[in-house]
Write a protein of this length. Structure first.
Length: 85
C-alpha cells in the first residue's frame, strides 16, 4: 500500500512540475522537486532523487531561496553519506 502512495505522489509531482514550468513558477517547481525527490528516494530510485534535488537546488539558487536551497543540499548530503556506508 505504501509503495502505491509513493507512485501516486511521483505521478502527481511530475504533473505539478510541468504546470509550474509552464507558468514560469521556478520556486514552485523547486518545491515540488523536493516532494518528488522524497518520494523517489522512498521507492529506492536514488539516482532520480539526486537529479530532482540537483534541479531543485538550481531553481532555489536562481530564485535566491536560501531556506529551500538548504533543504535540497541537506537531501543531497544525506544520500551521499548513505552511499558511502
Amino acid at each position: 500500500m505504501q509503495n502505491g502512495r509513493h507512485t501516486d505522489s511521483i505521478r502527481t509531482a511530475r504533473k505539478a512540475i510541468a504546470l509550474h514550468r509552464s507558468c514560469g513558477n521556478l520556486n514552485g517547481e523547486g518545491k515540488t522537486l523536493l516532494v518528488l525527490a522524497a518520494s523517489l528516494r522512498s521507492t529506492g530510485s536514488i539516482d532520480e532523487a539526486v537529479q530532482a534535488l540537483e534541479k531543485a537546488s538550481s531553481a532555489f539558487e536562481e530564485t535566491n531561496d536560501q531556506e529551500n536551497l538548504a533543504v535540497a543540499t541537506r537531501g543531497l548530503t544525506e544520500i551521499r553519506r548513505l552511499r558511502e556506508t
